[in-house]
Design a protein around this ligand. Structure first.
Ligand SMILES: [Zn+2]
Length: 417
C-alpha cells in the first residue's frame, strides 16, 4: 500500500476526506507545517503533535545539502532521524534549485547548480531527485519539475511545462523501479513503545505494553509519488499540463508554480480552473500557499492539502495571525497589554502568556519569542483548517476566514493530553 484517499463530505466544490499514508491517517483539507531541514523551526516534535499537525513537509534540496541523504538513510529515514511518527511529505528539490541556488546549467537531462551554502557544484535530475526522496523516506514524495518564473513568455512557459511532463514520466519510471529501497524498517535496534495514536501502522496489533521495532510492519508499504501540474498563468497550458500528468498516472496531484509573485486574483483563477482537470477521487495539493484567508478560500475550491512557510516565517518576524486579525507584536501599544494574544485560541501560548510579555520577549530579542510566536501561528493555521473541515462536515460552504472563526458551533480549540 502507498496511500488511500476517500472523500467523506462534499459541499459545493469543497470536500473533506481521509488520506491514509503508511505513517498516519490524515483528515483533509490539511495544512502541512514546513520543516525545512527536518525541523519546523523553533518547535519540538512533541509540541507539533500537541498542536495536531498530521503531516509535515521536508525540503529535499536542504536535506540533500545538509546533513546529506545518505546520512538520513543510514539513520533509518527522515521519520526516525527526526523522531516523527506521523506523516511526512518531501518536495522534489526543484523549487529550491530554481529559487535559491545559482543555476549553472539546465537541459533536458537535469540541472547543475551551486549550493547556496558553500558554492559547491551539484546535479539533480528526475532520477537523482527520486533517489534522494526514496532515501529520505517520506510518505509522499514529489515528481521533479521545473517551476517556471513569473512573468514569462508563453513560449517559454509551454517549453517548461512540456519538459516538466517528460520529467514526470521519468520520475515515475525511476520510482517504480526503486521504491522498494525506502529505508523503512531497516534499522531495528531502536525500539519505541507502541501507542494507539500510531494509527494504521499498528492496526490489528495488540498494543498494551507491546514494544516493537519502529517501522517493522512498514516493509510491505511504499511511498506515494505525486505528479505536479505546471503551465504558468495560462489556463490552456494548465489544462494541458493537468491532462498530461493525469495520463502518466499518479495517486495524487499537485498544483505547482503559483505564489511566485502573481496577483492573488490570478492565483485563484488558475487554481480553480486547474482543479477542474484533476481527478476528484485523488488528493489535490496546492504547493506553497498562503495566508490564513487564502487557505480557507482554496479549501473552499476543493484543495485537499496545502503548505506554506508563512506561519513560521512571519512568527519569527513578530507577525501573528489571530481570529481578530493580524498583530505585529513589536508595537509599543502591546507593552502593558495583559490580554492573551488571541482570546479564541486554545494554544499553550495563549493559555499562559500575555501580549505584554510576548512583546517584551520580542523586543529583547529572546529566543523564546520566536518559539512562542511560531507555536501560536501554527496553532492558528491548524485550527483554522480544523474549523474548515468542521464546517464542511456541517454542510456549510467555508469561504472566508472571518466566517470560520465567528461560527458558534465549532468545538473550542483544545490542548491534547
Ligand atoms: Zn494561540
Amino acid at each position: 500500500m502507498s496511500i488511500t484517499f476517500q472523500t467523506s463530505s462534499v459541499v459545493g466544490q469543497s470536500r473533506t476526506g481521509r488520506l491514509v499514508t503508511p505513517h498516519a491517517e490524515i483528515e483533509t483539507p490539511v495544512f502541512m507545517p514546513v520543516g525545512t531541514v527536518g525541523s519546523v523551526k523553533g518547535v519540538p516534535q512533541d509540541i507539533l503533535e500537541e498542536l495536531g499537525a498530521q503531516i509535515i513537509l521536508g525540503n529535499t534540496y536542504h536535506l540533500y545539502l545538509r546533513p546529506g541523504v545518505e546520512t538520513v538513510r543510514q539513520m533509518g529515514g527522515l521519520h526516525r532521524f527526526m523522531s516523527w511518527d506521523r506523516a511526512i511529505l518531501t518536495d522534489s528539490g526543484g523549487f529550491q534549485v530554481f529559487s535559491l541556488s545559482e543555476l549553472r546549467k539546465l537541459n533536458e537531462d537535469g540541472v547543475t547548480f551551486r549550493s547556496h551554502l558553500d558554492g559547491s557544484s551539484h546535479y539533480f535530475s528526475p532520477e537523482s531527485a527520486m533517489q534522494a526522496q526514496i532515501s529520505l523516506g517520506a510518505d509522499i514524495i514529489m515528481a521533479f519539475d521545473e517551476c517556471t518564473e513569473y512573468p514569462a513568455e508563453l513560449s517559454r512557459v509551454r517549453a517548461s511545462m512540456e519538459m516538466t511532463a517528460r520529467w514526470a514520466a521519468r520520475s515515475k519510471k525511476y520510482f517504480e523501479a526503486h521504491k522498494s529501497e525506502v529505508p523503512w524498517g531497516e534499522v531495528s535496534s531502536f525500539e519505541s513503545p507502541v501507542s494507539c495514536s500510531a494509527g494504521p501502522l499498528w492496526a490489528g496489533v495488540p498494543t498494551q505494553g507491546v514494544r516493537q521495532p519502529k517501522g517493522l510492519s512498514l516493509r510491505e508499504d511504499t511511498q506515494a509519488l505525486f505528479g505536479i501540474v505546471q503551465g504558468g498563468m495560462d489556463r490552456e497550458l494548465r489544462r494541458e499540463s493537468a491532462e498530461r500528468t493525469v495520463e502518466i498516472g499518479f495517486p495524487g496531484y499537485a498544483i505547482g508554480g503559483l505564489s511566485v509573485g502573481e496577483p492573488r486574483a490570478l492565483t485563484r483563477e488558475i487554481v480553480e480552473s486547474t482543479l477542474e482537470y484533476l481527478p476528484k477521487d485523488k488528493p489535490r495539493y496546492l504547493m506553497g500557499v498562503g495566508n490564513p484567508e487564502e487557505i480557507v478560500e482554496y479549501a473552499g475550491l476543493g484543495v485537499d492539502m496545502m503548505d506554506c512557510v508563512q506561519p513560521t516565517r512571519a512568527a519569527r518576524h513578530g507577525l501573528l495571525f489571530t481570529s481578530q486579525g493580524r498583530i505585529s507584536i513589536k508595537q509599543a501599544r502591546y507593552a502593558q497589554d495583559p490580554e492573551p494574544l488571541d482570546p479564541n485560541c486554545g494554544c499553550r501560548v495563549c493559555q499562559r502568556y500575555s501580549r505584554g510579555y510576548l512583546r517584551h520577549l520580542f523586543a529583547s530579542n529572546e529566543i523564546l519569542a520566536q518559539v512562542l510566536n511560531t507555536i501560536h501561528n501554527l496553532s492558528f493555521y491548524l485550527d483554522t483548517m480544523r474549523r474548515v473541515r468542521h464546517s464542511i462536515l456541517l454542510g456549510e460552504e467555508s469561504r472566508s476566514l472571518s466566517g470560520i472563526w465567528s461560527q458558534p458551533n465549532v468545538r473550542p480549540p483544545r490542548i491534547q493530553a
